[in-house]
Design a protein around this ligand. Sequence first.
Ligand code: ZN
Length: 137
Amino acid sequence: MLQKIDHLGIAVRSLDEAVGYYEKALGVMCKGREEVPSQGVRVAFFMVGGVRLELIEPTSGDSAISKYLEKNGEGLHHVAFETDDIVAQLQKARNAGCRLINETPIEGAGGKQVAFLHPKSTHGVLTEFCSKNSKKS
Ligand code: ZN
């Protein structure tokens, strides 16, 4: 089952410039940064009302975020739902006819298991499922 909105992913060209906007114009402080080499991105986190905002900057030209920025420019990239059973959640989406980007979960930021549904089958919103706990093995 879905538990809550875990985070909103926001594609930015420059993490430094975007962090400056959130800190100065919105008055929220950056909670940390992390590099996710497997996805070719660097992220910066903010917390607002229990929901994490995840600013995402590409570190490689062929990352999905880099392609997204070329096509759409900066903006809301994905909505991530926390689930207590990511495998069951993926199966449910598959059974409902959704196109899965990840047939099985991959490792995302914070060592959590994550998987994405294609926006063409989710009414335009790139949808991420993420596990509640990190599963570092
Ligand atoms: Zn995400």
